[in-house]
Design a protein around this ligand. Structure first.
Ligand code: MLT
Length: 322
């Protein structure tokens, strides 16, 4: 009798909690809060494929776009905290609270960080017939024509908007801002000549630049991109304060069981170490983060820094969505 009791105790101690044992027992929905075809969507689909392999379960990307990513983010905040609805998002998770009054979620209190996934630079690109032959002519033309030049972005507080704000403040010019539900649709208009400029992440622009569908004037920072070595960095035009890098991270709703979160972090860490993931991202000018950064603590710290720095910067710049 005593032996059976001991065996039962031993089995209970050894077996993982029921939540972790069964997880994942059905497909996982990975919400990307920007439109299909943009840099966020491209990065999300790379990770959806890798995590599907490492979790042994389907990971389905759900593009719920609009309001600078806050509609898709709200969807995840109110989803069941069971690990089957996740969010892939970047800087707009930090900026949206400063942009939108009455946001139906809090970026820290309503989410569990799983880990950071990528980091990557941005490019200043234009429609192919934009009237400037190189970076110095571009700077001169934009400074001379300001409000007559249209600048696409993915909504206030988005990465493309922040990059556009940095361009306007460093070049001391106002441009005519055209918001989209993501820079995928913006890129289509840029290729069609309906909009003049876009400052976007490399995962959304390097293929189109290489394909000759749009033209690039500069990397939006201090260093050139290995993928486009002939393209100058904006710093080479003497614009030193213009430097931006965008990092994506993975979140679950608050209350998701710890064992499930640990399984998701483990799958993310395998994904960022996956050679196929690293090579695909590298081709777009994006870096998968290290295993140390693909952790809840690292993502929590990164998010807090962005909230403290960028939220304040946008409020100071008088940027508001509503
Ligand atoms: C942005 O912040 O500009 C978004 O990442 C664009 C997108 O992914 O569509």
């Amino acid at each position: 009798m005593f032996g059976i009791a001991l065996a039962l105790v031993a089995a209970a101690v050894a077996a993982p909690p029921a939540a972790a044992q069964a997880f994942p027992a059905k497909p996982i929905t990975l919400v990307m809060p920007y439109a299909p075809g943009g840099p966020g969507d491209t990065i999300t689909r790379v990770f959806a494929g890798a995590m599907q392999r490492h979790l042994g379960q389907q990971v389905v990307v759900d593009n719920t776009a609009g309001a600078s990513g806050s509609i898709g983010t709200a969807k995840v905040a109110r989803a069941a905290p069971d690990g089957y609805t996740l969010l892939m998002i970047h800087v707009s998770h930090a900026t949206n609270p400063a942009m939108f009054k009455g946001l139906p979620y809090h970026p820290v209190d309503d989410f569990e960080p799983i880990g950071s996934a990528t980091s990557g630079p941005m490019l200043i690109v234009a429609r192919n017939d934009f009237p400037a032959r190189d970076l110095s002519e571009f700077v001169a033309y934009v400074r001379a024509n300001g409000p007559k030049v249209s600048l696409a972005h993915a909504g206030v507080g988005s990465a493309s908007h922040l990059c556009g704000l940095m361009m306007m403040s460093t070049l001391k010019v106002r441009l005519n801002e055209i918001p989209y539900k993501g820079t995928g649709p913006a890129l289509n208009d840029l290729m069609g000549g309906q909009v003049d400029l876009l400052c976007d992440q490399t995962s959304g622009t390097v293929p189109s630049v290489k394909g000759g569908k749009i033209k690039a004037y500069a990397a939006a920072g201090k260093v050139r991109l290995p993928q486009l070595p002939g393209l100058p960095a904006i710093a080479e035009a003497g614009v030193q304060e213009f430097d931006i890098n965008i990092s994506f991270g993975l979140y679950a709703p608050k209350g998701t069981p710890r064992p499930v979160l640990e399984q998701l972090t483990a799958a993310l860490q395998k994904a960022v170490a996956d050679p196929e993931v690293r090579n695909r991202l590298e081709g777009m000018g994006v870096s998968a983060v290290s295993a140390e950064q693909a952790t809840p603590a690292a993502l929590r710290a990164h998010l807090q820094r962005e909230i403290d720095v960028l939220g304040g910067l946008l409020v100071k710049a008088g940027v508001k969505a509503n």
